[in-house]
Design a protein around this ligand. Structure first.
Ligand code: HEC
Length: 300
């Protein structure tokens, strides 16, 4: 058998099959078999609860129609919110799968290409050991930005407007409109709209902190000794910032970070992520992603 080439390929073929089976099936199974898979109830955290209650504050009628009214007593109160939040997550997850959001969005920050500077900490396998990652939603294409650190990055009303009409916030966005998440207008999300927003706000909410928020706060507060220099720099930049605001759909978030982070008077070691992250976010939101996806639509 070993005398002929085909015999060698035959043995090698079987060998590689066994290797693939061991590395892709056996090893993962042995690694994760004993780690319990988290249920939806275990996935609810304070960050998510904050966003879910925010939906109730912003859209009281829609919220009541979808989930009813919270009970009075404190103990029941908490249980009720967690339960409804869990329901919303499950439905939101189904919508995410059903609408094919994963065709265009990944949920996996790779340890390459400085992805952590663009989107936040690299994904860890434990993050996928839960009910809402069945099927696992890594995604294979990135027409839009990665979403696994999306929670808390945008407000609920931003998401509502974006789902209703993506290109009203992001020029020439190829993301489809989802009018069926709403009862006619962006300020009237229905049960589907509330659920998908809850789901999107959950993504990454398990992180101890949101990198972009840290970045924003730290760079927005200049150090005492550099206040004077900042004021001078800011004066010059004000005009430029105002011009930028006209085109920028969400200046409130991006501009202050940009203003207050003059690279030269901050020590290099001072939160590199802080300065890199906000700047890097903008293109993703504003159209870099569409351009990647559809090269013919490159910015004019
Ligand atoms: C045809 C591809 C496509 C599909 C399908 C799609 N998106 Fe998008 N999405 C994009 C692109 C491109 C962007 C970036 C431009 C923009 O903000 O609209 C984006 C942006 C987003 C953002 C904003 C990210 C940020 O913070 O800037 C969210 C959230 C989002 N999509 C969620 C979803 C969800 C949920 C679904 C399914 C209901 C979905 N997308 C379906 C392409 C898509």
């Amino acid at each position: 058998m070993f005398e002929s080439k085909s015999g060698i390929f035959y043995i090698a073929g079987i060998g590689f099959f066994v290797l693939a089976f061991v590395s892709n099936a056996l090893v993962p199974w042995l690694m994760y078999n004993d780690i319990p898979e988290k249920t939806v109830a275990e996935l609810i955290n304070p960050n998510l609860r904050y966003q879910f209650e925010d939906l109730a504050r912003r859209y009281p009628e829609a919220f009541e129609a979808a989930y009813g009214k919270p009970p009075g007593g404190d103990a029941e109160h908490d249980v009720w919110w967690n339960e409804k939040c869990g329901d919303a997550l499950r439905v939101g997850h189904k919508i995410y799968v059903g609408e094919g959001c994963w065709h265009c969005h990944s949920q996996f920050i790779r340890p390459v290409s400085n992805e952590e500077q663009r989107w936040g900490p690299v994904s860890r396998s434990a993050e996928y050991q839960n009910e809402l990652q069945r099927p696992v939603l890594f995604g294979t294409r990135r027409v839009g930005p990665d979403l696994c650190r999306e929670g808390g990055r945008r407000s609920n009303d931003w998401h509502a407007v974006h789902f209703f009409k993506p290109d009203s916030l992001s020029q020439e966005s190829p993301m489809p409109e989802y009018p069926w998440f709403f009862d006619g207008s962006a300020d009237k999300p229905n049960a589907k709209g509330l659920a998908i927003m809850t789901y999107v706000q959950w993504l990454g909410s398990w992180q101890e902190s949101y990198p972009y928020y840290e970045a924003y706060v730290q760079s927005a507060l200049p150090k005492p000794e550099s206040v004077e220099a900042d004021a001078e720099a800011a004066e010059g930049e004000e005009d430029a910032a105002e011009e930028g605001m006209a085109e920028d759909a969400e200046p409130a978030v991006e501009t202050p970070a940009g203003d207050a982070a003059p690279a030269d008077d901050m020590p290099a070691s001072d939160t590199p992520a802080a300065e890199a992250a906000p700047a890097a976010e903008t293109p993703a939101a504003e159209g870099a992603a569409p351009a990647e996806a559809t090269p013919t639509e490159a910015p004019k």
